[in-house]
Design a protein. Structure first.
Length: 232
């Protein structure tokens, strides 16, 4: 099946893998697909169920955030014929608000994600995360860093500071906030070189990776948090 509109094509990772991230829905951890793009927009899609019940159809239920800025989510289900679902790639055509979306469900083994990216590394840098024990966004951020630690192991090390139960870490976070002319940012706060990220969402992933790569390959890298700790 060849989609007619190339602008509405999205790659959705099948749920047979456990390294695509999870999202807690009704208290249950369920697979979440990330990096869903077309030419202009990003769409976050959550795979809620992937059921093969022995019938002629496999049912995939999705949650699609079609207007991220408004946090407007659309729920829908797609039934895939079994003979198609057993192939490595297949396309689902869905009509949402009179727009046609072609979802490519693609079975991937992530060979590239497990290979260290070759970069002209000048130094291994620290990526700092100030987080709170029990904070769900912090947990999601930790999960994201786990997915890239192998690929960029020569480039960065994640340094954690838990701030809800550790006054010393909380005081350090306040000083870091002051450096960026911010205050009461909440957690997580991620600092990489001269960039900081307030909170965490999957839409930050590419920017975080880019900040890591730029910092570790830069001849002008400054470790702001370390300098603050050393009163520089």
């Amino acid at each position: 099946m060849e989609p007619k509109d190339k602008n509405n094509i999205f790659v959705l990772l099948k749920t047979v893998f456990n390294n695509i991230g999870t999202e807690k829905i009704n208290g249950e951890e369920l697979p979440r697909a990330t990096m869903i793009y077309n030419d202009k927009h990003r769409y976050d899609i959550t795979v809620l169920t992937d059921e093969g019940d022995g019938s002629e159809l496999n049912t995939y239920n999705f949650m699609m955030d079609i207007e991220p800025s408004l946090s407007r989510k659309i729920w829908y289900a797609a039934e895939i014929p079994k003979e198609i679902a057993t192939e490595s790639n297949f396309i689902v055509e869905l009509k949402i608000r009179n727009r046609i979306f072609h979802i490519i469900l693609e079975e991937l083994s992530y060979p590239d994600d497990n290979v260290t990216e070759q970069l002209d590394v000048k130094q291994k840098i620290n990526a700092y995360m100030f987080w709170g024990d029990g904070c769900p966004h912090c947990e999601n951020a930790h999960e994201f860093f786990k997915t890239i630690e192998k690929k960029y192991e020569s480039c960065y090390k994640l340094v954690d500071y838990e701030v809800w139960n550790d006054k010393t870490s909380a005081d350090l976070m306040k000083k870091v906030e002051g450096h960026f002319n911010e205050k009461n940012l909440g957690v997580p706060l991620i600092v990489i070189g001269n960039k900081h990220f307030m909170g965490y969402a999957p839409s930050y992933d590419e920017d975080i990776i880019e900040a890591i790569k730029k910092s570790c390959t830069s001849s002008n890298y400054v470790d702001i948090v370390s300098n603050i700790q050393n009163n520089k």
